[in-house]
Design a protein around this ligand. Sequence first.
Ligand code: F6P
Length: 351
Amino acid sequence: MKIAILTGGGDCAGLNAAVRAVVVNATRNHDSEVWGVQGGLYGLHEGQFEKLESNFWYKEGFVLERGGTLLKTRVKRLPPEGVEREKFAVECEKVLRSQGFDALVIVGGDITLGMASIISKQNFPVIAIPKTIDNDVLDTESIGFNTALQVGVNAMDRVRTTAMSHDRVIIVEVMGRDAGFLPLSVAIAGGADIALIPEIPYQIEDLIEAIQERKRRDGFVTIVISEAAFPEGVQKNKVGVMGNQRYRGAAHILEENLCDQVHSVRSVILGHVQRGGAPLAFDRIIASRMGVAAVNALKAGKSDIIIGWDGSALTEIPLNKIQSRSLNVESNLVQTAIGLDIFLGKDLKKS
Ligand code: F6P
């Protein structure tokens, strides 16, 4: 088999482990060739392929501990401005066929996997592997989430000691786009007093009351805020052109809202620190399991599936069911936060 592999969308820790697993299993166990697509879906569209030998990474050092993606990925609007999604995907599929490929393994988040689903509809075999620090691909855990979570928790552990020394309120802004999985997990594992997530727009008066109450009790307060959490009735602040927008200002808006009424408020924005650096063992392992399983699936004649991880085992999700998810207020994660007395931005009993 001649297999193409690409990493698409924003990077995260663990992508290289997935690529390595695909290459090793395909080339050493299944007598197949693997070609890396340079630059994600844009690179595929342009026909940027490079053959990956079974030990290709040694010219760069080792690979399991490497953050980012050796294949590179361009974070640009997808599809390009003025081009239909279907047309772009069909053109990608034509490039694959014209270069003699039998299958595509694609590692990506919801947008990349949405494109993968259209490519697979052209009767081209595709196996998808989910990655995103946001953990927002429906029905699966994703590569990169656990490492980003640990970065957030390490930051909380550091911020807490300085907050305690000065009896301060410290806000930590965490990525995660429109889903609260990452910020709420950072809050739970990092011992935050307050967590503000996109699914629950916060109420300033309720929030100030909760801060004052915790300040009276403990002296200091730590707050985790999602980059996409804004006060009720306030439009979310985004910068960038359509299709390549990002959130900006959540922590600063909150700090400004608080500083007149709460003494000594400071904020920290973690941003891309959560995406970079070496993957934790957990991300290396799920990436390796998914990469090996992707090749085994192709060899078994399967295609058009996402290799998922349900928390205890690998799963196969139909690629055409690709969807993003957000946190349900009834979910165990939210209920755990409530059980831990983490204030979630407004009095949920009132609403
Ligand atoms: O989807 C991953 C993510 O890191 C989000 O958490 C964040 O909103 C976005 O990507 C940032 O994108 P960019 O790297 O283009 O600034």
